[in-house]
Ligand binder design. Structure first.
Ligand code: FAD
Ligand code: DHB
Length: 392
């Protein structure tokens, strides 16, 4: 079969791109390895920047988000037993973020994909990309025992960190940058009211903790854990005890405990592949870059890549102008690297590193105290947290 753009991966990047292209009147086919329930059910990000909310509005998918999303105009930072608030709205001229889970975004994207008749093929095995450096790339895969082939003009690699797209670029054409952190995040979901009205990022002597939420009745909590830890090591009781300690006396006392219904451990990594293009293949989202989750940038970066990629593809497909696709990688990477920097900095500021000595902890505490007392330092944090503007 033939289409304009073959999109690999039906995660947030792939589905957002399919919707944006549809709005431009450009047809695409999305090829996904897993089932729809598997992709949509993954519990991941929870905080949307204004650019991501605006993108959902642009594709007509912000109705439920406006009703159910929680607008946060600030966040709390805690160091041992001291907590202070970063007032985004005051520091950035009115900006805020919206707490709305990635699984809700996926539900909205999928429901609209059905009603708009987008072509999304789930359960595709052995996905392979061919002739990417020609003007007639192809994608092959097997599904329900049949081999299928898509001929297209462009391929969008939206298949995450472990996908086939980045791996299809010859190594001489790609430069990668990576930092693996010596700890993970243990995340828990529980149907209990959140400990505070807004998020709390806690830097504690025993390690990092984050109090987040999905709604006023559902809490999402994380604590830094050892990479050697297994889920069986963390009973609910042990998790709640550790979380409560790390959030400090005041917030800790407000944690409401309950049975967890999701528990997982995620490793932390900073990773960037340059350039985000090879021939007619364009990478977007986690396929091109990973941030450690501190600061909630992963999903938002996927969304901003996709805005730039959709506009570039529309320009070349509808108007025959190649400047957008030619500049896509440089334009996207300029924003990606700033989010990488922020996520790395926020991780370094708030986590305990195994090699951390007494002086490192004192330096972290001094920097947190400086942020608490300096409007300039708070403004830097707030501007980056709510999301930098799209690069021109
Ligand atoms: P993905 O969501 O990874 O989607 C890629 C899709 O491609 C998947 O559906 C996959 O099945 C499919 N695919 C892979 N290989 C192939 C193939 N060969 N052929 C076809 N399809 C393929 N971000 C935050 O902001 N906050 C968080 O708290 C947070 N927590 C996270 C926890 C975990 C465990 C992980 C892994 C990520 C987390 N992230 C978080 C990051 C955020 O979820 C990602 O940045 C976001 O999902 C990126 O979207 P994406 O579409 O680029 O990639
Ligand atoms: C969530 C995850 C993050 O990484 C973060 O910085 C804030 C919130 C969340 O899952 O709610």
């Amino acid at each position: 079969m033939r289409t304009r753009v073959a999109i690999i991966g039906a995660g947030p990047a792939g589905l957002l791109l399919a919707h944006l292209l549809h709005q431009f009147g450009i047809e695409s086919v999305v090829v996904e390895q897993h089932t729809r329930d598997h992709v949509a059910g993954r519990v991941r990000a929870g905080v949307l920047e204004t650019v991501t909310v605006d993108l959902l509005a642009r594709i007509g998918l912000d109705e439920r988000l406006r009703k159910e999303g929680l607008v946060h105009t600030g966040t709390n930072i805690s160091c041992d037993d001291e907590t202070f608030r970063i007032d985004f709205a005051d520091l950035t001229g009115g900006a805020s973020v919206v707490v709305y889970g990635q699984s809700e975004v996926m539900a909205d994207l999928n429901a609209a994909a059905d009603s708009r008749g987008l072509d999304i093929r789930y359960g595709c095995d052995d996905v392979a990309l061919h002739e990417l450096d020609s003007d007639h790339p192809k994608v092959t895969f097997t599904r329900l025992g049949e081999t299928e082939r898509i001929d297209c003009d462009f391929v969008a690699g939206c298949d995450g960190y472990h996908g086939v797209s980045r791996a299809s670029i010859p190594s001489h054409a790609l430069q990668t940058f990576e930092k693996v952190y010596p700890f993970g995040w243990l995340g828990v979901l529980a149907d209990v009211p959140p400990a505070a009205d807004e998020l709390i990022y806690a830097s504690h002597d025993r390690g990092f903790a984050l109090a987040s939420m999905r709604s006023l009745t559902r809490s999402r909590y994380y604590i830094q854990c050892s990479l050697a830890d297994r889920l069986e090591d963390w009973s609910d009781a042990r998790f709640w005890d550790e979380l409560t300690l790390r959030l400090g006396v005041h917030a800790g006392a407000r944690v409401i405990r309950g049975p967890s219904f999701e528990k997982s451990i995620a490793p932390l990594r900073s990773f960037v592949a340059e350039p985000m293009r090879w021939g007619r293949l364009f990478l977007a989202g986690d396929a091109a870059h990973i941030v450690p989750p501190t600061g909630a940038k992963g999903l938002n970066l996927a969304a901003t890549d996709v805005i730039m990629l959709a506009e570039a593809l529309a320009e070349v497909i509808l108007e025959g102008r190649t400047s957008g696709v030619d500049h896509y990688s440089a334009r996207a990477l300029a924003r990606v690297w700033k989010a990488e920097r922020f996520s790395w900095w926020f991780t370094k500021l708030t986590h305990r590193f195994p090699e951390t000595s007494g002086i490192d902890r004192r330096l972290q505490a001094a920097e947190l105290d400086y942020i608490r007392s300096s409007r300039a330092a708070q403004t830097v944090l707030a501007e980056n947290y709510v999301g930098l503007p799209l690069t021109p």
